[in-house]
Design a protein around this ligand. Structure first.
Ligand code: ADQ
Length: 668
């Protein structure tokens, strides 16, 4: 079984496919069974140790079924999963027999993280195309649970290398020897597992081209290639080993001179001290996998270049490329341009090389493996906590018939409806979220009954609401979270408070502008009572991260003012504290001259929670969507909400007709 699991399904099915080598992947049902069985064995062992509330962190592609197996056996443990290899594009992933089981396996976790944002996107695409499950950028809802998704590139422990170089005598001696040996030469370094994803033959061929075309490299450049043998029980790995042996022999045969050998090939693992000395001595690290989840070698090299001027040549197909922008990025399949880039980089002034590697070093030092581990565990903790909260009493699905009957029998009713995400789905650009056909008519039919007070209570500006719903007779509009309200009696907008100033915007705007400059695709919206930073169009992970940072910055700045910063859906909003949906109901009730025995409030976001909190216990509070909420009930989508309102409108009209016919009878 072990062979079918490890050499088999893990390394001959998943590994090649996830690294975009569909031509190499094999599928064998017995190996698949072995994979499943091995995952079950892991489950059994974990279960002998796990207690309720424990945290289990599952690593990598060999154990993709484990999260679900654990969840089914013990719903009360908290499960995180990290994938160390790429998650391929959905068109490649779909080639895999048993793809559904693998995705469902992963979705057993509370938190699933990948190295890069694009792997995360690929995963979401696959979940959509294979399982038909829609997801948000940071979560997917499955079976009443939310699985949090994240991009969290792993780091290294830089001190493991820098300490050796700074304090370990033998390492320093070795470094001096290597420097001496390669004095006057360009030392180029490749360090890899001997794996076909690492692009070693392509690198050797590129080196050959470099020697052929850049004559100044002859006699000068030396490629030290360290390759540790790997998975030798798999045929492709044995073939690769032969191919590399042959290429090295050919190139050395072709170019060597009595005092210069172009390639030094070490087919073995080397101890950490030797590795650190090589990294520190190398003028250039040649890190050009054809595909790589992240690539630690790139980071290790940078760590050993603390204070140095080394050049990092990095494949754009390594996950690390997404966070190592100061490296020289190359397409490893393009031998010609890669060779040119290498020649160019080596010829750059030392200052420029030094500056680039310093920027890389700072990031590698900061985003180290400890920060990575802490963040993973903190995020897993949070994801698990929100599941537990939900288990302990989330909203119930809305009992529509019961609601209709309560609505029908009430003599007066208040309906308070949020707009975006509640009546209408979110659009990419705020101005595109126009009311769908039929919505205005439904609202008008509801408002036509004098027993109903109907209000759209939104964070939008009064201009948007006026523009889209201003023509609906009888409808109350509350804009900017209730800061300004329009009564249907005279269609005049009145602010909730009359003496306010917007001087504060001059202080807050520069802070938001700073964030716009840092975040392509984000923008500032100015409303009468608030300023909003929108980042829906920005890179989602980066956007979320900056949003937290912005709120933290603003919180300090706004303390003891009447302004508050809060996060909404892909926005951060700064507004006056009294501009709050919770205040709207009292306005309506006093205008209507009575409190209504029936009150329905619907909303989808944090600002609606203020409204829910201000309502009596028995109000019909309805959350649209699947997030956490204090509402009593939920409906899945704005479409569902609109259907519900249309049914209420039908009821209202029947009421009105009955009442009308009753009146007629009485008149007879
Ligand atoms: P790997 O495919 O193993 O890891 P990589 O990230 O490059 O790839 O790590 C290799 C490690 O082995 C490095 O720490 C390196 O120093 C060491 N190494 C390589 N050759 C060596 C040699 N000859 N002697 C001694 N040590 C050697 C998987 C994914 C990666 C992802 C990591 C971490 O494939 O994409 O970066 O997990 O998530």
């Amino acid at each position: 079984m072990a062979e079918g699991f490890y050499e088999g399904f893990s390394n001959q099915t998943l590994w090649p496919l996830f690294h975009y080598f569909p031509i190499l992947f094999k599928f064998d049902t017995r190996q698949w069974r072995a994979y499943r069985e091995a995952n079950e064995r892991f489950r059994d062992v974990v279960l002998t140790h796990a207690r309720p509330g424990d945290l289990v962190w599952v690593h990598d592609y060999q154990l993709m079924l484990l999260p679900r197996l654990l969840r089914e056996a013990a719903a009360d443990i908290n499960i995180g999963f990290f994938l160390h290899i790429p998650f391929p594009s959905s068109s490649v992933f779909r080639l895999l027999p048993r793809r559904e089981e693998l995705l469902e396996g992963l979705l057993g976790a509370d938190y699933v993280a990948f190295h890069t944002h694009s792997y995360l996107q690929n995963f979401r695409q696959s979940v959509l195309r294979v399982l038909g499950l829609d997801s948000r950028m940071d979560a997917v809802e499955v079976g009443g649970r939310s699985v949090r998704l994240d991009a969290l590139p792993i780091g290294i422990a830089p001190e493991d290398f820098t300490k050796l170089l700074e304090t370990d005598g033998p390492t320093q001696k070795r470094l001096a020897e290597i420097r001496e040996k390669f004095r006057g030469r360009h030392l180029l370094l490749g360090v890899d597992r001997l794996d076909y994803t690492k692009g070693i033959p392509e690198r050797l061929r590129t080196f050959r081209r470099l020697l052929k075309e850049a004559l100044e490299m002859r006699g000068r450049a030396v490629l030290v290639q360290v390759a540790v043998p790997s998975r030798e029980n798999v045929a492709q790995y044995r073939e690769l080993r032969q191919e590399v042996d042959k290429l090295v022999g050919r190139i050395n045969g072709e170019f060597s001179t009595p005092d210069w050998t172009p390639i030094v090939y070490m087919r073995r693992g080397v101890p950490r001290q030797e590795l650190a000395a090589l990294y520190a001595a190398a003028d250039l690290a040649w890190v050009t996998p054809l595909r790589d989840g992240l690539n630690l070698v790139a980071k290790e090299y940078v760590a050993c270049q603390k204070g140095g001027a080394g050049v990092l040549i990095l494949s754009e197909f390594a996950g690390a490329a997404s966070e190592m922008g100061e490296a020289f990025l190359v397409n490893p399949y393009d031998e010609e341009r890669t060779a040119e880039t290498i020649a160019h980089a080596l010829a750059l002034p030392e200052d420029e090389r030094r500056e680039r590697v310093r920027a890389l070093y700072d990031r590698v030092a900061r985003n180290n493996v400890f920060a990575w581990g802490d963040r993973f565990l903190a995020n897993l903790g949070q994801a698990a906590a929100s599941r537990t909260d939900r288990d302990g009493g989330g909203p119930a699905p809305l009992p529509t018939e019961e609601l209709l009957s309560a609505f029908r029998t009430a003599r007066a009713r208040h309906l308070l409806l949020d707009y975006d995400g509640t009546l209408v789905g979110y659009a990419k650009r705020p101005q595109d979220a126009v009311p769908p056909p039929g919505l205005a008519d439904t609202l008008a039919r509801l408002a036509a009954n004098p027993a109903n007070t109907v209000a759209v209570v939104s964070g939008r500006s009064r201009f948007d609401l006026e523009n889209w719903l201003g023509h609906v007779p009888g409808l109350w509009l509350a804009a900017e979270h209730g800061a300004v309200i329009r009564s249907p009696r005279d269609n005049r907008w009145e602010p909730y408070r009359s003496n306010y100033s917007d001087e504060w915007k001059q202080r807050v705007r520069p802070v938001l502008e700073h964030f716009v400059n840092r975040t392509p695709g984000s923008l500032i919206e100015e409303k009468e009572f608030s300023l909003v930073w929108h980042y829906r169009m920005a890179d989602a992970v980066f956007g979320e991260w900056l949003a937290n940072e912005l709120v933290a910055t603003l919180e300090g700045m706004l303390a003891e003012t009447e302004l508050r910063a809060h996060r909404g859906r892909k926005i951060v909003e700064v507004k006056l504290v009294w501009a709050n949906k919770g205040e709207v109901l009292s306005r309506l009730a006093s205008a209507a001259g009575r409190a209504a025995p029936f009150c329905l409030a619907a909303g989808d976001d944090r600002t609606d929670e203020d409204l829910f909190a201000s309502l009596p216990e028995d109000a019909w509070t309805v959350h649209v969507g699947t997030n956490r909420t204090r509402a009593r009930f939920s409906v899945p989508s704005p479409e569902e909400m609109r259907r519900l309102l249309a049914r209420l409108a039908d009821t209202t009209e029947t009421d009105a007709a009955l009442a009308a016919s009753g009146t007629k009878d009485a008149n007879l």
